[in-house]
Design a protein. Sequence first.
Length: 219
Amino acid sequence: MMRKMQGEEFDSLVSFFDDMARTEWLGGVHDELKKASGSWEDLSVLDVGCGTGRLLLRGVEEAKQLSGIDLSSEMVKASKQNFFFINRSNKSHFSEGDACNLSFEDNTFDLSLSTCVMFLLPEPEAGMKEMIRVTKDGGRVIMLNPSLQMDQMAAFKYAKKHQMSGFEQTSLLKWSNVSTKRHRYTPEQLSEKLKGLGAKETKHIEVLDGLAIITVAEL
């Protein structure tokens, strides 16, 4: 059985994750995911494993309400700060919590997001099931996960091809290293899991030259 990670393990990594969310590679993927999710106009949006809230900031002017949940209390504090700095605390709510046991009622959100989280869980299906549960019928669940191609060598080749260096390269290599120890998926595997949990349609967008997958599930 794969070990469940604890919130405290991420508490000291706030600045690392905040910097990683602002890299060209992950920031670019966040942009792709935002585009794939369509307009957030008047939507209630949830980010599971929100980190420092950078993904949600992309739709702060559109959305009706933005909610983030994270295992780490320090990440939650950082998210609150990032929204406070731009005077948008009134549109946001951040709380500490477990992706496999979300503290929200069924059918609460129009759109539920999760990047770099589901693959870390001992049983990703439990997290996916919860995301679907708290999302309204007709809503969407969108995730980012590493693909089966993602490993240290593939990430290094990608970094070299795109002339990445410094923290850009280091953060990608760290992500690739963690992914080989947790879960990686093919688009077909992700579709099968999500449809088994009640998704009506799924589509996949390959990013990072196929090393990662954005999955859009229509409920």
